[in-house]
Design a protein around this ligand. Structure first.
Ligand code: ADP
Length: 498
């Protein structure tokens, strides 16, 4: 399955899973809506009807009193119409789910209506006493019975409404819980799907990213962990990556071989030029004027720069073409350091720069290194330190060791390196913007070679620098080359340059 399909399927699955709580919430909202509709349409309407009937019975009581004393036909008509309204209203209650209350109130109203004609007849005939007794003994008790039925219907309606409200509350709570649970389950599932997607996509992407960084660092032998036989896009990418690495490695070998041959071929003519320049300078071909002397010296210094560059090019290309092979030999560390100190003693006096090799404690008697190569590295670092330090400054080589590794710090009080350029300092041909402080021109190859040699020994090299204060190169080498060195402690053993 291709990555695009996997991503698509994953996103659809997440969307579907998130739809579940939405569906539950909608369902609950629907139920709540029907509860509110019932409360509003049925219960509220029933309560209005009962209120109207209560006013109706009050009006009946007032009309009854008037009828006994005034015996007017309009009063009777009003009573009849009031009774008709009451009876119709009680019928309406049946449609609002109150059938039994409707029947009982209807019967009570009919009972009231049955006494009205006799009371009116007595009142109309001027028999006030009889009319009054019909009223007190029959009509008023019948109205009271109707009012009792109304009270009981109101009670029943109150109970029913409370039950409905309680049901709605329970439903809301249930809906909230269901939605929360649904959301939790959906979120968990979405998280699991995302993690699965991340693992299928993120892992190979990190691997490819790491592989690219390795290529940029010139490690063309790096192999991806992603299987090139995978059927998805990562498989294609891994395959292309593999062939790109293969081609780059071949090109790199070709380049190294070419530089190696070319620089070797350049060495001979350079030596011839230097030889002839010396002969001219010595006057072998005739008298040399002061102006000619000056020109010959300039030519000689430029040719020597060219010779240094060719040597370095040859060094780096031989080292690369030969796969960074070392000639490891047991080496007396103390003698090695003494020799290095001797090498720079004259330069130190000529340049008026204090130079010291300082041993922090007891050092191992013997190390297993390629002494020529390590001497080349340290020579390069110390030469650079001299190159960027002014008269009156100091250069130190500080040496310390544990049972497994040797630490060598080359520290100077020179020009320093701009902080933003520090990460590039070990790249081939890179030179920082501090060349005006250098005593002579360089090629930008020394540190690149130094790093290759140190890494081939299984060691590490790093740099710390403060512009205008000084620079320290930290070197960590295993006592016996080949093993890996441990991560260097963060604080430099000898402190930062002062
Ligand atoms: P170069 O032949 O230019 O010295 P290197 O590879 O030895 O080549 O050094 C690269 C650059 O690093 C130098 O050009 C310089 O800018 C900077 N550099 C190296 N060592 C020092 C140092 N001790 N102090 C200041 N700058 C340094």
């Amino acid at each position: 399955m291709s990555i695009r399909s996997k991503l698509g399927a994953g996103l659809v699955a997440i969307a579907l899973v998130l739809l579940v709580p939405l569906f539950l919430a909608l369902q609950s909202l629907e139920k709540l809506h029907s509860f509110t509709t019932v409360l509003q349409k049925r219960e509220f309407a029933a309560s209005l009807l009962l209120n109207r009937m209560r006013s109706g019975t009050d009006e009946l009581r007032r009309l009854d009193l008037s009828l006994v004393f005034l015996h007017q036909p309009q009063i009777r008509a009003s009573m009849d119409s009031q009774l008709t309204v009451l009876s119709a209203t009680s019928d309406s209650l049946a449609h609002l789910g109150m059938q039994s209350a409707s029947t009982k109130i209807g019967t009570a109203v009919a009972q009231v209506a049955s006494f009205v004609p006799s009371e009116y007849a007595a009142a109309a005939a001027g028999q006030a006493k009889i009319a009054d007794s019909v009223s007190t003994q029959h009509l008023i008790p019948a109205i009271a019975a109707t009012e009792r039925e109304l009270t009981s219907a109101e009670g029943m309606l109150r109970d029913r409404s409370s039950r409905l409200v309680a049901e709605a509350t329970a439903e809301t709570e249930q809906a909230r819980n269901a939605a929360a649970l649904g959301l939790l389950v959906a979120a968990t599932l979405a998280l699991i799907i995302s993690i699965l997607l991340w693992r299928t996509i993120g892992g190979p992407i990190r691997d490819l990213e790491h592989g690219m960084a390795q290529m940029a660092d010139g490690n063309f032998g790096y192999r991806l962990r992603v299987n090139a036989r995978r059927k998805d896009e990562f498989g294609h990418l891994a395959e292309s990556f593999g062939s790109m690495a293969h081609q780059l490695a071949a090109l790199d070998r070709l380049k190294a071989e070419f530089v190696s041959v070319a620089s070797h071929e350049l060495k001979t003519p350079i030596n011839v030029i230097l030889g002839y320049l010396q002969l001219i300078d010595e006057g072998v071909y005739g008298t040399v004027s002061p102006k000619m002397h000056e020109i010959v010296r300039t030519l000689d210094s430029q040719t020597r720069s060219l010779s240094r560059l060719v040597h370095q090019l040859l060094d780096v290309s031989r080292f690369e073409a030969g796969g960074g092979k070392l000639d490891l030999r047991p080496t007396n560390l103390d003698a090695f350091l003494v020799e290095l100190e001797e090498t720079f003693r004259v330069l130190s006096m000529q340049r008026g720069i204090d130079f010291r090799v300082e041993r922090a404690g007891a050092l191992p008697a013997e190390v297993l290194w390629d002494p020529d190569r390590i001497s080349e590295v340290l020579g390069n670092l110390v030469a650079n330190a001299f190159k960027f330090t002014e008269r009156g400054g100091s250069v130190e080589l500080l040496v310390d060791a544990t049972e497994e590794q040797v630490y060598l710090d080359v520290r100077d009080t020179g020009a320093g390196i701009p902080p933003q350029q520090l990460p590039h300092i070990f790249e081939k041909f890179f030179q920082a913007d501090n060349q005006e402080a250098a005593t002579h021109a360089g090629s930008g190859l020394g540190l690149a070679i130094a790093r290759q040699i140190v890494v081939a020994h299984g060691g590490q090299i790093s740099v710390e620098s403060i512009l205008g204060v000084g620079t320290t190169f930290h070197l960590t080498l295993p006592l016996r080359a080949g093993g890996r060195v441990h991560e260097r402690p963060r604080t430099p053993m000898f402190g930062v340059p002062a």
